[in-house]
Design a protein around this ligand. Structure first.
Ligand code: PLP
Length: 389
């Protein structure tokens, strides 16, 4: 029997990192000591007190049964307290918060609740792949919003044609941004609220990197702090990057109750919630995690200062490095994202992510991920210096 893929899978854009993966495999086979600064996955372990909570709670048989669909009340109450303490955003735990199996799950599921075939979804480019695949799975039409350096890597909402805006159902935004490492301004968030109200568009804000910043005195804001934001949007949060918990799969969406209800309805049909011991562990992380968060931030800050200064000294054009653990670098004249990424791999044994892998708007850039020990980052800088010199 010939197995045929459905169109929705067959028509997905090609996996642009496949070529880099293949070349990386070749280098490793040749015995090259490859430094992988490509993947955005924290290298450090989850803090001990979170692991211990999981161990303890997993011993209780009551926690072995199906979890509650939208999250334990205790978990959602802990989220509400944290959102209030960290952002001054007030949320009702039962109607304005839903737990997620990682924020990627909610981001890919949200179009199922609100996008009809032919509706437009506004997606930043470079962007996070599930913004596009989730849209295509619902037969929606992705419309790219280029993130340009001259605009501080913020989308230009005024450049969206009227006929596109009126057909749009969802606007994805994500700050602190992956891959551009840019931050949003209050002014931009205000424009987003006005735009969304005018065209009745749901704002889906992705705040996965909200806790990865470098200045303790200037904590990034939540989109939901913007006046009027709760009337138009929801925000996705994740414990993945904040607490080195990418493998645990836990996050939440919060905001407008009807949007949360729509997402929740999709979820009751496709999944059965988050394992309770993981929710307990997430609660402890939010309640007792301030010190751990500060340590994780400090680690990235040290790496960040070292690496960004090093790159600049060698002559790289660092386009943006304001938050997150990424550094967004413009490729030299005459190169493309891909040609330069391939050269770095073949000549210096360093894996980076070519910017166009995140969409056309990322062409001309590469992304370094600082998810390796300081010594490896220093080694990478030495190799980069030799490579350029
Ligand atoms: C890592 C990341 C997430 C978080 O994904 P989880 O599913 O919560 O692990 C969300 N958005 C972006 C842009 C990310 O890079």
């Amino acid at each position: 029997m010939k197995i045929e893929l459905a169109n929705r899978i067959r028509n997905l854009p090609p996996y642009l990192f496949a070529e880099v993966d293949r070349l990386k495999g070749e280098q490793i086979k040749k015995g090259v000591d490859v430094i992988d600064l490509g993947v955005g996955d924290p290298d450090q372990p989850t803090p001990r007190f979170i692991i211990e909570e999981l161990q303890k709670r997993s011993e209780d048989p009551a926690n072995h049964q199906y979890p509650s669909y939208s999250g334990m009340n205790l978990f959602r109450e802990a989220v509400a307290r944290w959102m209030q303490k960290r952002f001054d955003v007030k949320l009702d735990p039962t109607s304005e918060i839903v737990s997620l199996i990682g924020s990627k799950e909610g981001i890919s599921n949200i179009p199922y609740a609100f996008v009809n075939p032919g509706d437009v979804v506004l997606i930043p480019s470079p962007g996070y792949p599930p913004y596009t695949s989730g849209t295509l799975f619902c037969s929606g039409e992705p419309y790219s919003l280029p993130l340009k350096r001259e605009n501080g890597f913020l989308p230009d909402l005024k450049a969206i044609p009227e006929e596109v805006a009126v057909r749009s159902k969802i606007l994805h935004i994500k700050y602190q941004n992956n891959p551009t490492a840019a931050v949003a301004t209050n002014e931009f968030f205000k424009q987003v609220v006005d735009f969304a109200k005018k065209y009745k568009i749901i704002v889906a804000s992705d705040a996965a990197y909200s806790e990865i910043y470098f200045d303790e005195k200037e904590k990034p804001k939540s989109f939901l702090e913007t006046p009027g934001a709760m009337e138009v949007g929801i925000e996705f949060h994740s414990l993945s990057k904040t607490f080195n918990m990418t493998g645990w799969r836990i996050g939440w969406a919060c905001g407008h109750p009807e949007i949360i209800a729509g997402l929740g309805k999709v979820k009751t049909n496709v999944d059965s919630g988050v394992f309770h011991p993981i929710q307990y562990a997430g609660m402890i992380a939010l309640e007792k995690g301030d010190e751990a968060m500060r340590e994780i931030r400090q680690l990235y800050k040290t790496r960040h200062t070292l690496f960004v200064q090093g790159l600049k000294k060698i002559g790289f054009d660092v386009a943006s490095a304001q938050a997150t653990f990424y550094v967004w670098v413009a490729v030299p004249k005459g190169e493309t994202s891909k040609t330069f990424a391939v050269k770095l791999l073949e000549k210096a044994g360093i894996v980076v992510t070519p910017g166009n892998g995140f969409g056309d708007g990322g062409e001309g850039y590469i992304r370094f991920s600082l998810t390796k020990e300081e010594a490896r980052l220093k080694e990478a800088l030495d190799r980069l210096k030799k490579f350029l010199g």
